[in-house]
Design a protein around this ligand. Sequence first.
Ligand code: HEC
Length: 280
Amino acid sequence: MKMRRLIGALILGIALSAGLAAVSGPATAQEDASKGIEQYRKMMAEDPFANPGLLYVDSGEALWKEKRGTNNVSLEACDMGKGPGVLEGAMAEMPRYFADADKVMDVESRILWCMEKLQGLDTGPVKKKAFSKSGEGGSEMEFLASYVSSMSNGMPLKPQLSHPKEKEAYALGEALFFLRAGPFDFSCESCHGTPGSRIRLQDLPDLSKPGVDAQKTIATWPAYRVSTESVKTMQHRMSDCYRQMRMPKVGFGSDAVTALITYLMKQAEGGEVQVPALKR
Ligand code: HEC
């Protein structure tokens, strides 16, 4: 473990000199900024209606109940793992194995599946536009994922690892987390394997072991990103970190991303769902 950290620190040092990221700086300035962000979050949290992410939840609920697709039905009969139409607590137990698809699915890929199978909707465009661009005011997937996930608010994450395919996804996710690749030879652990590390002013949660860091960060997606003034989903978070690693683009809802999320959920076991959270 120590060795890994040392290597991680070295990699970050190299990245620093390559101009990728300023890893350190005057500690006081960093602490001030962190405190400032924390205070801003607190102020927003004190007035729950000040969270613009709630608009996504509302749009998601409307979209969930809208009759669409060639079958002209809503998503209300979609089984997110707790039975058709049951959303309470569903996200807290995902990714999980779905017998009808014979696959482990996360919230977003399951929503896509229901759109396709239940509604008969052409999901090509939904997938293509899953991550909204700045100024678009959100995507269908962002709305729906926010709505579905918010129905687990206040509940603890309960990772599902009893089915062999769930175990397989966890093992793959763990391997992917520690796999070093790409032009910088980064793994997720290079940036998320040391407590208390930062890039520029951003706190980097330690996701390499179970604990508060993982609980606080994983149970809070989708999140409203103040920096981009929009809600981002867990799929987007994975794809954006792979981009930071200069890795090839990952497909939306790919098995690899589902596996990573399965691993992260296990690290975050017991964390209380609070979405859409407010993040930097
Ligand atoms: C080059 C460093 C780097 C690597 C490698 C990296 N990340 Fe990140 N990650 C970041 C940064 C920086 C942030 C904060 C982003 C922000 O606030 O804009 C972040 C944020 C996150 C978050 C959200 C944390 C929160 O506050 O909610 C998760 C989850 C995450 N990363 C997972 C991963 C996974 C999984 C991998 C491997 C596929 C990975 N990261 C690889 C730099 C990295």
